[in-house]
Design a protein around this ligand. Structure first.
Ligand SMILES: C[S@@+](CC[C@H](N)C(=O)[O-])C[C@H]1O[C@@H](n2cnc3c(N)ncnc32)[C@H](O)[C@@H]1O
Length: 364
């Protein structure tokens, strides 16, 4: 980790210089977004639909969700340079401290870098709305390699990201300490996704109907988040239950073929939407692999090895209460929970669900 910090300290110096020389413009983009919002006459942030993620993200992440009509008025696609099909906006409400929208471990790692604070001139990042961050600080976040921030997040959660024991599965998550069965460990944090649940949206070509209105927690790169989200979402189908909480839509993500509930649901005040949290690419919880056999030809995985990789974590409450007590802001909604004691160095395995289409895994 210290080598990483040294490297990043050096890179950060380069970014500072680059921004000073006028090479950036990220902060200008935030200001532009703010002007567009104000110019469109949209209600001030405080009046937009609030959804408190404080407890969900440990340190808290107050996000304000814009309704579709707000978005239409904002003409976001052109404002943010996004495609016509999908637009996205992540907006930190003014007056909320910045650290509340960045995972604590990421923020600590950032602020812990000697010299970075001084070099960029930001002394009070915690209390500054993100669009008022000095350009250098914003640029750092914008360009910081996911790997570094992911590492920081993992370290804060007592895990390590490394080459998975599942051949051909890329990186995976390993315990840095003993995790006891029953412990609530890694939280999910990331991108908010809404979907129009109209019949048309659920018909063929449904993947094209997804709308992504949240972008990465600390990212300013719309494209990066668009890709991340799309990759995750397109393997999912959504199923809506609208009846138990008048005025709200409560939704589970369901594998349509198997009716297997794979993810969690949420309540928002607008019947048209669902909200779903796609883990950030910097979120360690989102890096946990499924231990089942990787059937990709030539990857080298074997039934015998796969049999040893039993799931040892699961998603928080698998079943959300089918009543009005369900609350997305509860911290335990999107955590991983240990099911079998995990010793130091062991990889975490999560059963992604029966019929998971993103994996060429066995159907066990
Ligand atoms: C939630 S991500 C896990 C992190 C991922 N391994 C990485 O390096 O980014 C899920 C992806 O991991 C890979 N993966 C996880 N478990 C797998 C398995 N048992 N067999 C093959 N690929 C797997 C697939 O590419 C899948 O889309």
């Amino acid at each position: 980790m210290s080598a990483l910090l040294t490297t990043w300290r050096a890179w950060f110096g380069v970014f500072v210089e680059w921004e000073r020389a006028g090479g950036g413009g990220v902060t200008a983009r935030y200001r532009h977004v703010r002007r567009v919002i104000q110019g469109a006459g949209v209600a001030p942030a405080a009046e937009l639909t609030p959804l408190s993620w404080r407890r969900l993200l440990g340190g808290g992440c107050p996000l304000f969700l814009l309704s579709q009509s707000d978005l239409a008025r904002l003409k976001l696609p052109s404002a943010l340079g996004a495609t016509s099909r999908t637009s996205m906006l992540w907006k930190q409400p003014p007056n909320f401290p910045t650290h509340t929208c960045v995972s604590n471990s990421v923020m600590n790692a950032l602020l812990g870098m000697d010299g970075m604070r001084a070099a960029s001139g930001y002394k009070n990042l915690y209390d500054t709305p993100v669009y008022e961050w000095p350009a250098a600080a914003v640029t750092f976040f914008d360009h910081a390699v996911d790997f570094f921030l992911l590492e920081a997040d993992a370290e804060g959660d007592n895990v390590q990201v490394g080459s998975s024991t599942v051949p051909g599965a890329g990186r995976g998550v390993f315990a840095r300490r003993l995790f006891e069965a029953g412990e609530k460990i890694l939280p999910f944090w990331g991108t908010l996704v809404y979907e129009d649940l109209s019949v048309a949206a659920l018909s063929k070509d449904a993947a094209e109907k997804h709308r992504v209105y949240g972008s990465g927690v600390s990212s300013t790169s719309a494209t990066r988040w668009l890709q991340t989200s799309a990759e995750v979402i397109t393997s999912q189908r959504f199923w809506s239950k609208r009846h138990w909480h008048p005025g709200h839509t409560s939704v589970a993500s369901i594998d349509v073929a198997t009716k297997h509930c794979q993810y969690h649901c949420s309540c928002v005040k607008d019947e048209e939407y669902i909200v779903w949290l796609v883990p950030s690419t910097r979120c360690a919880a989102g890096m946990v692999n499924d231990g089942r056999l990787n059937k990709t030809p030539g990857c080298g995985d074997t039934e015998a090895e796969a049999a040893k990789r039993m799931p040892n974590v699961k998603l928080g409450p698998r079943k959300f209460p089918v009543d009005s007590t369900f609350d997305i802001t509860r911290a335990d909604v999107v955590h991983l929970v240990v099911t079998i004691t995990i010793t130091v160095g062991e990889e975490l395995y999560l059963h992604y669900g029966v019929g998971h289409t993103a994996l060429r895994v066995s159907a066990v």
